[in-house]
Design a protein around this ligand. Structure first.
Ligand code: SF4
Ligand code: SF4
Length: 424
């Protein structure tokens, strides 16, 4: 085991608290992940990444900075990786999925706020996240109200650039979004002191497209019965996509997919073919938020798809390749990103249609709609999601929760009852 203490000290981490966090994470990971049976061997790489989550990858980021590259923290799928990469930067997803940092955040933020926001803000306050401390600046975005206002506070701790995301998808919104994309490319050029050429932008568009296709391939494999990979493992892969090196990650995901495709031919599943298949839809689950998947897969079900930013919303649609000019490529990026169906948009009919379609594609027996506490847009959108699912005759369970373990027992009871209902 490499000792990274000096590196963490250099980043200014609170070493005592950081050790508590790593110890807690190690125990949870062993309990939730390493205890699974019949995992694909290709998951070994992702276990390794997790064992080095605050070690090797941080070392790589610091090496990148030493060579003059920028590290950019992001919180939303709408921030385009292609542009960060084309300016010689590395992007790291900083969304928080841990209860650990919530009490610190609540010394500043209101308690009745989404846990994802409290978690990442608390990580910054308590100096326990080396990704935050390695970032040169962060990019926020005007999606939900909670995030929108927190950027003003986060800017007191580190430079926070905010992208204006339209909340409708009309012609004028598309134009505004294209201008935002252009402004962000200029911002990256200024920060990194480089010019984004069409050649390098094309290269990075292709790189990110390959990464999206690789994750899509894992999801394709999940359509099989029996399912060759657990929902927990698939979720982990989607979470790691936000901070691993994109080339290495893509290669490792494709290696894993070869194994999954062989498993499908051999009809080798991680669970019995009669196990009820569940689609989880709703709010993102930032690492290490494995709470719902763990409950489902410990209650006799299996998660076969996440209609989520750590799921279908991440990999659906690629950026058109081959546009001749930088302007054309930026337009193609703007177009692709505006197809992400986040509940911050109104209307958001495509998301509802997609949920129904995914139920068919993944042969799901039921949907669990997952809302983080105080996330108004997903909570409200659920009214229409439920109507559509009822009409389609698809059973649905609504779960609203946070990161604490306080409701674990109640959650398990409700999920078990739902699984029993859809098994009949
Ligand atoms: S749910 Fe919406 S605001 Fe949140 S990360 Fe996804 S796209 Fe961004
Ligand atoms: S989960 Fe909802 S409230 Fe939380 S950051 Fe995302 S959109 Fe905002």
């Amino acid at each position: 085991m490499t000792d990274y203490t000096e590196m963490w000290k250099g980043l200014g981490l609170n070493l005592d608290k950081h050790e508590q966090l790593l110890n807690a994470l190690g125990t949870i990971y062993a309990d939730i992940y390493l205890s699974q049976k019949d995992r694909p061997q290709g998951m070994g790489y992702f276990d390794f990444v997790m064992s080095e989550v605050h070690g090797l990858r941080i070392r790589e980021l610091l090496d990148h900075k030493e060579k003059g590259g920028k590290v950019v923290g992001t919180f939303c799928l709408y921030v385009p990786d292609e542009i960060i990469l084309a300016a010689g930067g590395v992007s790291v997803g900083l969304c928080g999925g841990a209860q650990f940092s919530v009490p610190d955040a609540e010394t500043v933020l209101p308690r009745n706020l989404c846990p994802l926001i409290k978690s990442f803000f608390g990580f910054k306050l308590s100096l326990v996240c080396p990704y935050f401390e390695a970032a040169d600046f962060v990019v926020g975005e005007t999606t939900c109200d909670g995030k929108k206002k927190v950027w003003e506070l986060l800017d007191n701790y580190l430079p926070t650039y905010v992208m204006e995301i339209p909340q409708m998808k009309r012609g004028i919104d598309k134009n505004l979004w294209f201008q935002e994309i252009k402004a962000f490319a200029e911002k990256m050029e200024k920060e990194a002191g480089v010019k984004i050429t069409p050649e390098i932008l094309e290269e990075k568009i292709k790189l990110v497209n390959k990464k999206r296709k690789a994750i899509g391939r894992v999801f394709e494999a999940r359509k099989a019965t029996p399912v060759p990979i657990s929902g927990k493992d698939a979720l982990l892969i989607a979470q790691i996509a936000f901070y691993d090196d994109p080339e290495r990650f893509t290669a490792k995901v494709n290696e894993l997919c070869e194994e999954l495709e062989e498993r499908i031919i051999e009809e080798k599943g991680v669970v019995d073919r009669s196990t009820p298949r569940i689609l989880v839809a709703g709010c993102p689950m930032a690492i290490p938020n494995w709470k719902l998947h763990h409950v489902v897969e410990n209650s006799g079900g299996v998660v076969v798809c996440e209609e989520s930013c750590v799921g279908t919303r991440y990999f659906t649609n690629t950026v058109e390749e081959g546009c001749p000019t930088t302007e054309g490529k930026l337009r193609a990026i703007a177009e692709r990103y505006l197809k992400i169906n986040c509940s911050c948009f109104t209307p958001n009919d495509e998301r509802i249609e997609q949920i129904i379609q995914y139920c068919k594609d993944y042969n799901a027996a039921g949907v669990i709609h997952y809302t983080l506490q105080f996330c108004h847009t997903y909570k409200l959108e659920f009214v229409r999601v439920r109507e559509a699912l009822d009409k389609a005759g698809i059973p649905v369970l609504e779960i609203e929760t946070d990161y604490s373990e306080g409701d674990a027992g109640q959650l398990k009871t409700r999920v078990e009852a739902f699984i029993e209902q859809i098994s009949m």
